[in-house]
Design a protein around this ligand. Sequence first.
Ligand code: ADP
Ligand code: ASP
Ligand code: MG
Length: 438
Amino acid sequence: MDVFSYMIKEVVCCICGGLPLFLLRATLTVGVDKMKTVVMKFGGTSVATPEKIIGVAKRAILEKEKGNRVVIVVSAMGKTTDTLVALANEISTEPPKREMDMLLATGEQVTISLLAMAFKALGHEALSFTGWQAGIETESVPRNARIEQIHTERLERVLENGFFCVVAGFQGVDKVGNITTLGRGGSDTTAVALAAALNADKCEIYTDVDGVYTADPRYVNGARKLEQISYDEMLELANLGAGVLHPRAVEFAKNNNVPLSVRASYSDEPGTIIQEVITVEKNLIVRGVAFERGIARVTASYEKPFNGSLAKIFMKLAEHHIDVDIIVQSISEEIPPSVSFSIKEESLEETKRVLESYRDEIGFVNLNYEVGLAKVSIVGSGMVSNPGVAARMFDILRLQDIPVKMVSTSEIKVSVVVPESDMEKSASALHDAYGLSY
Ligand code: ADP
Ligand code: ASP
Ligand code: MG
């Protein structure tokens, strides 16, 4: 603690009776501990009822009583976002994305107002803020916008005045004033991005599980809670379907060194710390297993090699903001060329439309689709120096009679696409075989 700081403001030298006399004009400042800033984020289940919202307020009050400035980011109550999506689908099979953002952003707005009321009822001052009121500026990509910058002046002022700031997760505003949303699960990203912008001392994600596990404990028996995990491993797990954290939240935390933890909203257990360097609990090659259902495979085939077609397919899909995951191209003298790639099933209709509308330009003769697939991945930084990890994975799946449809590898992960009906079986088999189960 910086208790006393002694600041020399000026040094005046005068000559007095032939002797130089230094007069020091100094200020003695008694330092106080700089107040810490804490960002706490509560997900849908944790704010599902009025009682839970009051519980969140009480928890945040305890944090403030430690002498901290507290920002709370909340999701929509319970399954509100799903209900809103279903409502829109009753009106239209393909509702305009801009209007979906407008609709979905209302979910979080209900929670912020109720939480601010809860603070008031408990005798504390709080103000609620929508994304744009909190200064969260995003790119103009409806339903999946990235946060570009946060103008924190207003929040800073409110915090300085001793108020709680209650911010709606999952939403922002683009440069022309449209409300945008950050992709499902995006409230985590609001929290971490705010923590980075406010230079917060910690960002805590409170949820319905007490930490990050070696696999989703709802599906894999024997999944273990991790005390710590590195940003890189967490980023891979999140990107590969471990829904406990939004991938962009981890990206923000890594790029800005935000001290991040995932913990239970129903207990005081410490949770999992996500940070740069970790002390490895066990010398395991694989740290976790992730999986994601709802994958589709698209295959474009050609009569003969068509130079430039590959670039054209993926440029057109990128222009329409369609995320492509695994890409496999096979070109040989003997068989007609083809390219296969995987996407989320929900993007399939749009993908078909885009590719069909550029059929001549892209030059394929056939487009085939396969749905009902899932991606199962093993993740661990220990893989870099361990050859044969993929081979072992294929063998484990072979022993379970699980067909592998596509494969993709990086230094710290191996992913396979398998039938969705085999997803849980694959995940459990890999979790056991790599020694992750307790
Ligand atoms: P919130 O609404 O609080 O954001 P989410 O449903 O988005 O909560 O995330 C928590 C859920 O993430 C857990 O209930 C759990 O089923 C799931 N999950 C997936 N992978 C993991 C994992 N590796 N560790 C812990 N939870 C996981
Ligand atoms: N309410 C949004 C969703 O359900 C955002 C979030 O909860 O993080 O996806
Ligand atoms: Mg979530």
